[in-house]
Each structure stands twice: as structure tokens, then as C-alpha cells.
Design a protein around this ligand. Structure first.
Ligand code: SF4
Length: 498
């Protein structure tokens, strides 16, 4: 993977385990989730009386020392690692977000994006509620606080807030003596539940964080569900009605770690099958299949196996370049490619190569890698993407920027081939992708695939999408209104309390 891909915005984790070192468990879980966000990290611990938070910009290992973790004893914790988007990169946007509901301190860790947070924020400000940042996470925390004050119960406050917020989200919240986990009604962002020994529980964005904690997978947190874990045990209740299922399909393509598992199948195996299917759909005569490491490797192996072409290592990745230092400007992105990857002339010289990547988003790095391979002596470079063409921006927690940054939205297949200077180029079809993910072919699991199709599962208000689309593109489920059709907070409060 190079910096020409989509970025997950966050990883979240929570643990309830009295008698254990919950801060260290969270620390190691965040290290397992580090691929989901490298710009800030934070841990909040509840010790039965209060909640302590430590967070800062940087990698998990940069933010926490051994002494920091030792100074955070407790029985419940949540953690967060973040990939910041433009305009939300400062310390204030680092999580968990700490806030108070009268005397109760809560810490909220959030993965995803709330598409209606601007309007909710304005309404809350009009109601006299102050804000410290411009993040959607603070809006969620303040909304939960507002409803909790009125209902007297945090669970009710969360449920009422879930009726108001829209978008893709997976959230973990701790107070001094309890852990809460809840997920959007479509299930766009992932959240799983695990068992830790006899009396502990964990929740995480991915199962790889359960593995490192020594926890065993129990089940997914259901869309619209609230799970509460405390001295009273674990309780599940419906926060809001589940809507049509729309798991983010890009988790399967790239975001999730290959050793994480969904429906009993590893993302590694799914990606291997995507490569096989890609080979069936876009075969080519070649001497060697190589991958863009590391995220393209499972699909490249599958591609090679399907066509009976040897698989080799043609590109070496410098593993010690943190993404933190690669800024999102064109010039530095280009430098980032050279910092991160180098070609192996001994392997590629004189060969007709197939280069498999997990996706092609902007196209800039693909062109640089093709040039690098040809300069190293490759006679042909055929580029294959193990995902369909990314033509639409994401509004549910993934940083795609606007549509004019997406190469497949601006160019035909032939133009893309010419632009990246490849001998041929091919993308996996949407049907092909669906055939490789659990329940995708049978339609037993619904997926969000809006970045390929423009069919957005959650209505997006105008102020959120305006100027993000190229002329002539008319996606589904955009709202012409500047707000979605939700009712005002105070009216909802009266109705929900009845
Ligand atoms: S638009 Fe794409 S990246 Fe965003 S949630 Fe849907 S599938 Fe995932």
C-alpha cells in the first residue's frame, strides 16, 4: 500500500476487566489497530470513582510510556487511534473525547463520521451548550450528555442520541464504572465483542485486537445495538431500530488487517479470492506477479495462483516510515512513494510483470511505481486493482476527499492506463468483489459499496456533499435540503420520553 489509497479514520477498543491492567491491555490492542490511524492515540481509564484520559498526537508507542500506563489503574478502559482529516488534525480532535454529565465524567472513542453533526452542533449551541472543538465526536458526546440529563440514565441518553445522529459510527464509551459500545443502525463501521477470561469483556474495531488481548471472539455488536458492561454483567438493548444492512465493503478490500476475521473467514482469504477472481476477469500473459506491499500481497498471491504464474517480491517496503510524516500534498506524496518503496532489479529485470495493488484511488503512486519498475528493467508492467474503480467520495468515516481527486471518476480505463504508463490495467468488478465477501453473492449480508456505485445508504445533507461531486454525477440518496429530515432535538426529547 502506498499513500494513494483510502484512509480509515479510526480504530476503537474497550475493555471491562476488574483486577487486570486495563490500560496496558488497551495499549497493546491499539498497537494491533495502529493501521487504522496513526496521527493520534488515547486511552481513558475508569477506576470506579473517576475517569482519567491520556492522549496526544503520534503513534501509540510515541504517546504512551511505561510510566504513563502504570499511572492509569482501573477496571474499565477505552482507547482510540486516529487518522485525522483536513481541518481536524489538532490535539482537540485526539480521542477519547472527555466530557461531563453533571458530576459524571464520560470518555467517548468514535470511529466513523456523523453526516448531520453540523446541524446538531448549531442546535445544541442555540440551546446554550458550549463546544471546545468542531468534531462530530464532541457533538455525539454533548448530545448523549443532554439526553442523559433529561432522562437520568446514560443508556437512555445514548439511545436517544442514536435516534438523532446519522452516518456511519462505532462508538465505545466509558464512565467510572461501566463500558458501553454501540453501532450505527446500518452497521457501516465495524465493532466486535470478545470474552476475556471468566469475567472480562472487550470490544474492538477488529478481531486482531481481541487476539492480542487474549480475548476470544463472541459476536459482532449488532447494528443499532447498545451493549453495557458493568458489575451487573453484560446487557444488550436496542438503541434504535436496525436499518438495511450496509457493512463497509472496503474493510474487506483494505482497511481491516488480513488476520482479522469476519463471519469465520479471514480478510486474508477474502483478498486471496479477490485476486483469483481478478485473474479470471482480467487475465494477462506475464512472467511474474508482484504485489504492492503489503496490502496488495494476498490478492497478488491469488492472482498468480489462478493463472499459474510465479509470484515474486519485486518491490521492497521500508517498514520504518510512519505515515505520520507523509503530508497530503502532491509533492510530499511523491516523495513518500520513494521513501516507502524500492524496486528489486534482480527480480524484475527483463520480465513481463503483473503488479497487483489492493486499490487505485488517485493514480499518482501507481504511475511512480510503474516508472520505478521499468527503470529497474521490467519489459512490461500490467497493473491490476483488487477492488473496483473508486469513483465516489465516502461520507461515512473514510478520507476520500472530493470526487475530482479520484482517478476513475475523471478518466476512462484507457486513459487511466495511459496516465499510469502501464501496458494494461484492470479492475475487479463489483460482482466479483461481492462474490468474495461473506454473504455478498447470496445477498444475505448487505454492504455499503457507495464509493464504487454512488448508492449511499444514509441520506447526506447538502452542506456535507456540496462541491464534493464533479458536474454530471448524480448519486443516490443525497438530500437537497441543508439538513436531513430529522426532527428538532427538543421535539425528539418529548417524543422519546413518552
Ligand atoms: S463509501 Fe466506500 S469506504 Fe465509505 S463506507 Fe461505503 S464502502 Fe466504505
Amino acid at each position: 500500500m502506498c499513500d494513494d489509497t483510502l484512509h480509515e479514520e479510526c480504530g476503537v477498543f474497550g475493555v471491562w476487566a476488574p483486577g487486570r491492567d486495563v490500560a496496558r491491555i488497551t495499549y497493546f490492542a491499539l498497537r494491533a489497530l495502529q493501521h487504522r490511524g496513526q496521527e493520534s492515540a488515547g486511552i481513558a481509564v475508569g477506576d470506579g470513582r473517576t475517569v482519567l484520559v491520556r492522549k496526544d498526537l503520534g503513534l501509540v508507542t510515541q504517546v504512551f510510556t511505561d510510566a504513563d500506563l502504570s499511572a492509569m489503574p482501573g477496571k474499565v478502559a477505552c482507547g482510540h487511534c486516529r487518522y485525522g482529516t483536513a481541518g481536524a488534525k489538532g490535539w482537540e480532535s485526539a480521542q477519547p473525547h472527555l466530557s461531563t454529565i453533571d458530576e459524571v465524567i464520560i470518555a467517548l472513542a468514535h470511529n466513523g463520521t456523523l453526516v448531520n453533526f453540523d446541524a446538531l452542533r448549531r442546535e445544541l449551541i442555540d440551546m446554550g451548550i458550549p463546544f471546545r472543538s468542531n468534531t462530530d465526536s464532541e457533538v455525539a458526546a454533548k448530545l448523549i450528555g443532554h439526553f442523559t440529563r433529561h432522562s437520568g440514565r446514560l443508556r437512555t441518553g445514548i439511545a436517544h442520541a442514536m435516534h438523532m445522529i446519522e452516518g456511519g459510527y462505532a462508538m465505545v464509551l466509558v464512565r467510572e464504572n461501566a463500558l458501553y459500545a454501540f453501532r450505527d443502525p446500518h452497521g457501516i463501521r465495524p465493532l466486535v465483542l470478545g470474552r476475556l477470561g471468566d469475567d472480562g469483556w472487550v470490544v474492538a474495531s477488529e478481531t486482531c485486537a481481541l487476539d492480542i488481548s487474549g480475548a476470544t471472539f463472541v459476536r459482532e455488536i449488532e447494528p443499532g445495538e447498545i451493549v453495557r458492561i458493568s458489575d451487573d454483567g453484560i446487557r444488550s438493548e436496542r438503541g434504535c431500530e436496525p436499518a438495511s444492512r450496509a457493512d463497509c465493503i472496503f474493510e474487506h478490500v483494505y482497511f481491516s488487517r488480513p488476520d482479522s476475521v469476519k463471519d469465520g473467514e479471514s480478510f486474508y482469504l477474502m483478498r486471496h479470492n479477490m485476486g483469483r477472481r481478478l485473474a479470471q476477469e482480467t487475465p494477462v500473459e506475464a512472467d511474474l506477479v508482484i504485489s504492492v506491499p503489503d496490502s496488495g500481497t494476498p490478492a497478488a498471491e491469488g492472482f498468480a495462483q489462478e493463472l499459474g504464474i510465479p509470484f515474486g517480491t519485486g518491490l521492497i517496503k521500508n517498514r520504518y516510515v510512519a505515515r505520520t510524516f507523509i503530508q497530503p500534498t502532491q509533492e510530499l506524496r511523491q516523495m513518500g512513494v520513494r521513501l516507502k518503496l524500492n524496486a528489486l532489479p534482480d527480480v524484475v529485470r527483463g520480465k513481463r510483470l503483473v503488479m497487483v495493488d489492493d486499490s487505485i484511488v488517485r493514480g499518482t503512486t501507481s504511475r511512480q511505481i510503474v516508472r520505478m519498475l521499468k527503470a529497474a528493467g521490467a519489459t512490461e508492467v500490467h497493473v491490476r486493482s483488487a477492488s473496483p474503480m473508486v469513483t465516489w467520495p465516502c461520507f461515512y468515516g473514510i478520507d476520500t476527499g472530493s470526487q475530482d481527486q479520484l482517478i476513475a471518476a475523471k478518466m476512462s480505463l484507457a486513459e487511466i492506463r495511459a496516465h499510469i504508463e502501464a501496458d494494461s490495467v484492470g479492475f475487479l468488478s463489483i460482482e466479483g468483489l461481492l462474490s468474495c465477501v461473506p454473504g455478498g453473492a447470496e445477498g444475505t449480508c448487505g454492504y455499503c459499496k457507495a464509493c464504487f456505485t454512488g448508492e449511499y445508504p444514509v441520506e447526506i445533507p447538502r452542506e456535507f456533499w456540496e462541491e464534493r461531486f464533479l458536474p454530471g454525477f448524480t448519486p443516490e440518496n443525497l438530500s437537497a435540503a441543508s439538513e436531513t429530515s430529522r426532527m428538532p432535538i427538543e421535539q425528539a426529547e418529548r417524543l422519546l420520553s413518552q
